[in-house]
Design a protein around this ligand. Structure first.
Ligand code: HEM
Ligand code: HEM
Length: 164
Protein backbone atom coordinates (compact mmCIF):
# COMPACT_ATOMS: atom_id res chain seq x y z
CA UNK A 1 0.00 0.00 0.00
CA UNK A 2 2.69 2.52 1.00
CA UNK A 3 6.35 3.12 0.29
CA UNK A 4 8.57 1.86 3.15
CA UNK A 5 10.49 4.66 4.90
CA UNK A 6 12.45 4.83 8.15
CA UNK A 7 9.80 6.87 9.99
CA UNK A 8 6.93 9.33 9.81
CA UNK A 9 7.36 12.91 8.55
CA UNK A 10 6.70 15.94 10.79
CA UNK A 11 3.48 16.55 8.87
CA UNK A 12 2.26 12.95 9.41
CA UNK A 13 3.06 13.19 13.14
CA UNK A 14 1.36 16.58 13.47
CA UNK A 15 -1.76 15.27 11.73
CA UNK A 16 -1.84 12.16 13.97
CA UNK A 17 -1.96 14.29 17.14
CA UNK A 18 -4.34 16.94 15.75
CA UNK A 19 -6.80 14.17 14.78
CA UNK A 20 -6.34 12.65 18.26
CA UNK A 21 -7.39 15.98 19.87
CA UNK A 22 -10.33 16.53 17.49
CA UNK A 23 -11.64 12.98 18.00
CA UNK A 24 -11.31 13.37 21.79
CA UNK A 25 -13.38 16.57 21.53
CA UNK A 26 -16.08 14.79 19.46
CA UNK A 27 -16.09 11.85 21.86
CA UNK A 28 -16.61 13.93 24.99
CA UNK A 29 -19.19 16.30 23.45
CA UNK A 30 -21.04 13.72 21.28
CA UNK A 31 -23.92 13.58 23.78
CA UNK A 32 -24.74 17.25 23.05
CA UNK A 33 -25.11 16.33 19.38
CA UNK A 34 -27.23 13.27 20.19
CA UNK A 35 -29.56 15.45 22.35
CA UNK A 36 -29.87 18.15 19.66
CA UNK A 37 -30.44 15.58 16.92
CA UNK A 38 -33.08 13.83 19.07
CA UNK A 39 -34.82 17.18 19.74
CA UNK A 40 -34.87 17.95 16.01
CA UNK A 41 -36.59 14.60 15.40
CA UNK A 42 -39.43 14.77 17.90
CA UNK A 43 -37.52 14.01 21.12
CA UNK A 44 -37.46 16.15 24.29
CA UNK A 45 -35.94 19.65 23.96
CA UNK A 46 -32.15 19.71 24.33
CA UNK A 47 -30.59 21.59 27.24
CA UNK A 48 -27.73 22.88 25.05
CA UNK A 49 -27.51 25.67 22.47
CA UNK A 50 -28.07 24.48 18.88
CA UNK A 51 -24.77 26.13 17.87
CA UNK A 52 -22.99 23.09 19.34
CA UNK A 53 -24.43 20.99 16.50
CA UNK A 54 -22.60 23.21 13.99
CA UNK A 55 -19.37 22.81 15.94
CA UNK A 56 -19.83 19.00 15.88
CA UNK A 57 -20.38 19.04 12.10
CA UNK A 58 -17.39 21.33 11.42
CA UNK A 59 -15.02 19.32 13.65
CA UNK A 60 -16.34 16.05 12.19
CA UNK A 61 -15.79 17.23 8.61
CA UNK A 62 -12.28 18.38 9.61
CA UNK A 63 -11.53 14.86 10.94
CA UNK A 64 -12.81 13.36 7.67
CA UNK A 65 -10.67 15.73 5.57
CA UNK A 66 -7.54 15.17 7.70
CA UNK A 67 -7.93 11.36 7.56
CA UNK A 68 -8.19 11.52 3.75
CA UNK A 69 -5.09 13.77 3.70
CA UNK A 70 -3.26 11.25 5.90
CA UNK A 71 -4.17 8.42 3.52
CA UNK A 72 -2.82 10.56 0.66
CA UNK A 73 0.45 11.12 2.57
CA UNK A 74 0.77 7.36 3.23
CA UNK A 75 0.71 6.86 -0.53
CA UNK A 76 2.97 9.79 -1.45
CA UNK A 77 5.64 9.83 1.31
CA UNK A 78 5.05 6.31 2.72
CA UNK A 79 5.14 4.87 6.24
CA UNK A 80 7.73 2.92 8.26
CA UNK A 81 7.65 -0.88 8.06
CA UNK A 82 5.66 -2.71 10.80
CA UNK A 83 7.51 -3.05 14.13
CA UNK A 84 9.54 -6.28 14.48
CA UNK A 85 7.30 -8.56 16.56
CA UNK A 86 5.27 -11.81 16.30
CA UNK A 87 3.47 -11.88 12.89
CA UNK A 88 0.09 -12.13 14.65
CA UNK A 89 0.78 -8.89 16.56
CA UNK A 90 2.03 -7.21 13.39
CA UNK A 91 -1.21 -8.22 11.69
CA UNK A 92 -3.30 -6.96 14.64
CA UNK A 93 -1.51 -3.57 14.71
CA UNK A 94 -2.03 -3.10 10.95
CA UNK A 95 -5.67 -4.23 11.19
CA UNK A 96 -6.28 -1.66 13.95
CA UNK A 97 -4.71 1.11 11.83
CA UNK A 98 -6.86 0.16 8.81
CA UNK A 99 -9.86 -0.06 11.16
CA UNK A 100 -9.23 3.46 12.50
CA UNK A 101 -8.98 4.91 8.98
CA UNK A 102 -12.17 3.12 7.90
CA UNK A 103 -14.10 3.83 11.10
CA UNK A 104 -13.42 7.57 11.10
CA UNK A 105 -14.07 8.11 7.38
CA UNK A 106 -17.17 5.89 7.05
CA UNK A 107 -18.42 7.10 10.46
CA UNK A 108 -18.14 10.78 9.49
CA UNK A 109 -19.89 10.14 6.15
CA UNK A 110 -22.67 8.28 8.01
CA UNK A 111 -22.98 11.28 10.37
CA UNK A 112 -23.27 13.69 7.43
CA UNK A 113 -25.83 11.46 5.70
CA UNK A 114 -27.86 11.10 8.92
CA UNK A 115 -27.83 14.83 9.60
CA UNK A 116 -28.65 16.07 6.10
CA UNK A 117 -30.42 13.18 4.33
CA UNK A 118 -31.43 9.97 6.14
CA UNK A 119 -31.88 10.32 9.93
CA UNK A 120 -32.02 6.51 10.28
CA UNK A 121 -28.26 6.40 9.57
CA UNK A 122 -27.70 7.94 13.03
CA UNK A 123 -27.68 4.33 14.34
CA UNK A 124 -24.68 3.46 12.13
CA UNK A 125 -22.91 6.67 13.19
CA UNK A 126 -23.51 5.87 16.87
CA UNK A 127 -22.27 2.26 16.42
CA UNK A 128 -19.07 3.31 14.59
CA UNK A 129 -18.32 6.33 16.79
CA UNK A 130 -18.93 4.77 20.19
CA UNK A 131 -18.34 0.98 20.63
CA UNK A 132 -16.20 0.32 17.53
CA UNK A 133 -14.04 3.46 17.98
CA UNK A 134 -13.59 2.68 21.69
CA UNK A 135 -12.45 -0.88 20.92
CA UNK A 136 -9.99 0.27 18.23
CA UNK A 137 -8.54 3.09 20.34
CA UNK A 138 -8.15 0.85 23.42
CA UNK A 139 -6.31 -1.82 21.34
CA UNK A 140 -4.17 0.91 19.74
CA UNK A 141 -3.22 2.61 23.03
CA UNK A 142 -2.59 -0.73 24.80
CA UNK A 143 -0.29 -1.59 21.86
CA UNK A 144 1.55 1.73 22.23
CA UNK A 145 1.97 1.22 26.01
CA UNK A 146 3.16 -2.38 25.41
CA UNK A 147 5.85 -1.16 23.01
CA UNK A 148 6.88 1.69 25.31
CA UNK A 149 7.02 -0.10 28.66
CA UNK A 150 7.32 -3.87 27.95
CA UNK A 151 9.18 -4.28 24.64
CA UNK A 152 10.89 -0.88 25.05
CA UNK A 153 11.45 -0.36 21.32
CA UNK A 154 11.19 2.86 19.26
CA UNK A 155 7.60 2.45 18.01
CA UNK A 156 6.12 5.27 20.11
CA UNK A 157 9.14 7.50 19.42
CA UNK A 158 8.46 7.27 15.70
CA UNK A 159 5.07 8.95 16.21
CA UNK A 160 6.79 11.74 18.22
CA UNK A 161 10.14 12.43 16.51
CA UNK A 162 10.06 13.11 12.76
CA UNK A 163 12.37 10.96 10.63
CA UNK A 164 12.61 13.59 7.90
C1 HEM B 1 -15.30 11.52 12.59
C2 HEM B 1 -15.58 12.39 13.51
C3 HEM B 1 -16.80 12.25 14.39
C4 HEM B 1 -16.86 11.70 15.63
C5 HEM B 1 -15.70 11.07 16.40
C6 HEM B 1 -18.23 11.80 16.10
C7 HEM B 1 -18.68 11.36 17.33
C8 HEM B 1 -20.00 11.38 17.75
C9 HEM B 1 -20.49 10.86 19.00
C10 HEM B 1 -19.61 10.21 20.06
C11 HEM B 1 -21.84 11.04 19.03
C12 HEM B 1 -22.78 10.61 20.13
C13 HEM B 1 -23.35 9.27 19.67
C14 HEM B 1 -24.37 8.69 20.59
O1 HEM B 1 -23.99 8.28 21.70
O2 HEM B 1 -25.53 8.59 20.18
C15 HEM B 1 -22.22 11.68 17.80
C16 HEM B 1 -23.51 12.01 17.46
C17 HEM B 1 -23.88 12.56 16.25
N1 HEM B 1 -23.01 12.98 15.25
FE1 HEM B 1 -21.02 12.73 15.20
N2 HEM B 1 -18.97 12.41 15.12
C18 HEM B 1 -18.14 12.71 14.06
C19 HEM B 1 -18.49 13.34 12.89
C20 HEM B 1 -19.77 13.75 12.56
C21 HEM B 1 -20.15 14.44 11.33
C22 HEM B 1 -19.19 14.86 10.19
C23 HEM B 1 -21.48 14.63 11.37
C24 HEM B 1 -22.24 15.35 10.31
C25 HEM B 1 -23.30 16.06 10.51
C26 HEM B 1 -21.98 14.04 12.61
C27 HEM B 1 -23.30 13.98 13.00
C28 HEM B 1 -23.78 13.46 14.19
C29 HEM B 1 -25.19 13.32 14.51
C30 HEM B 1 -26.36 13.69 13.61
C31 HEM B 1 -25.23 12.77 15.81
C32 HEM B 1 -26.51 12.47 16.61
C33 HEM B 1 -27.00 11.11 16.21
C34 HEM B 1 -26.47 10.07 17.13
O3 HEM B 1 -27.00 9.97 18.25
O4 HEM B 1 -25.55 9.32 16.77
N3 HEM B 1 -20.90 13.53 13.32
N4 HEM B 1 -21.07 11.88 17.05
C1 HEM C 1 -2.43 8.13 23.56
C2 HEM C 1 -2.95 7.86 22.39
C3 HEM C 1 -2.18 7.38 21.19
C4 HEM C 1 -0.89 6.94 21.07
C5 HEM C 1 0.16 6.80 22.16
C6 HEM C 1 -0.67 6.62 19.67
C7 HEM C 1 0.51 6.15 19.14
C8 HEM C 1 0.71 5.79 17.82
C9 HEM C 1 1.96 5.29 17.29
C10 HEM C 1 3.23 5.09 18.09
C11 HEM C 1 1.76 5.03 15.97
C12 HEM C 1 2.80 4.48 14.97
C13 HEM C 1 2.75 2.99 14.96
C14 HEM C 1 3.80 2.42 14.07
O1 HEM C 1 4.65 3.15 13.58
O2 HEM C 1 3.80 1.17 13.87
C15 HEM C 1 0.38 5.36 15.65
C16 HEM C 1 -0.19 5.23 14.40
C17 HEM C 1 -1.50 5.50 14.13
N1 HEM C 1 -2.42 6.03 15.01
FE1 HEM C 1 -2.12 6.48 16.97
N2 HEM C 1 -1.82 6.85 18.97
C18 HEM C 1 -2.76 7.32 19.86
C19 HEM C 1 -4.05 7.67 19.58
C20 HEM C 1 -4.64 7.52 18.34
C21 HEM C 1 -6.02 7.83 18.06
C22 HEM C 1 -7.05 8.37 19.07
C23 HEM C 1 -6.22 7.56 16.74
C24 HEM C 1 -7.45 7.73 15.94
C25 HEM C 1 -8.33 8.62 16.18
C26 HEM C 1 -4.97 7.07 16.19
C27 HEM C 1 -4.78 6.67 14.88
C28 HEM C 1 -3.62 6.18 14.36
C29 HEM C 1 -3.47 5.68 12.98
C30 HEM C 1 -4.57 5.63 11.90
C31 HEM C 1 -2.15 5.27 12.85
C32 HEM C 1 -1.50 4.66 11.61
C33 HEM C 1 -0.72 5.73 10.90
C34 HEM C 1 -0.18 5.24 9.59
O3 HEM C 1 0.77 4.43 9.58
O4 HEM C 1 -0.73 5.65 8.56
N3 HEM C 1 -4.03 7.07 17.20
N4 HEM C 1 -0.22 5.84 16.79
Amino acid sequence: MATATNGYSARQIGLHWIVFLLVAYQWFTGDFMADLFGAAHGGPPAAVNSGWATVHVVVGVAVLALMVWRLGLRHSVGAPPPAKQHPALQWLASAVHVGLYLDLTVGAVAGLAAYYLWPSLAGLHHFLMRPVLLLLVVLHVVGALWHRFVVRDDVVTRMVRPAR
